[in-house]
Design a binder for this molecule. Structure first.
Ligand code: SF4
Length: 153
């Protein structure tokens, strides 16, 4: 069929780590050989890092941060992205033991009845008054880095 664009919806979830690596290597090789573009959907940010040039983080169906892969992993700005990255294992036991993990409390609200204001405010440790009233819009933080959070204004 020779597609140029492929949606990969959770292609490696529920696979063990060695099979995941083989699939990621295969996808990367095919991308090079066939000049493909992937929309790669996954929950595991360490897997996303290995395959993506650009990453969009979603919470409750809304984009909260979009940027280049290197920028996201070195300079995450949205509190949800920061919490997600704090849970990614680091293959260095010394560094892994000393870093701060952010544990999100509470449940993900229903997307049918999202909370008012910022969808993330019931679980956000940095929420301020405006977060409960006004939905933050994506703001350009320079280059191709976009963030939807009242704190970054
Ligand atoms: S807008 Fe407020 S609640 Fe939402 S992520 Fe930013 S600080 Fe947290």
């Amino acid at each position: 069929m020779r597609p140029s664009f492929i949606v990969c919806d959770e292609p490696v979830s529920a696979l063990d780590v060695s099979i995941q690596a083989q699939i990621i290597i295969l996808l990367a090789r095919l991308r090079e050989e066939l000049s493909l573009t992937y929309l790669f959907i996954a929950h595991d940010l360490s897997v996303v890092r290995n395959i993506s040039d650009r990453v969009a983080v979603m919470y409750l169906g809304k984009l909260v941060e979009i940027t280049d892969s290197d920028e996201l992993y070195s300079n995450p700005l949205h509190p949800y992205t920061v919490a997600l990255l704090s849970a990614v294992p680091i293959p260095d036991p010394v560094v892994d033991r000393t870093r701060e993990r952010i544990i999100l409390t509470g449940d993900v609200p229903s997307p049918i009845m999202p909370p008012p204001g910022c969808n993330f405010h019931p679980r956000c440790q940095q929420a301020i008054d405006i977060c409960k009233q006004e939905m933050p819009q994506l703001i350009n933080m320079g280059g191709e880095h976009w963030v939807a959070c009242h704190l970054v204004k």
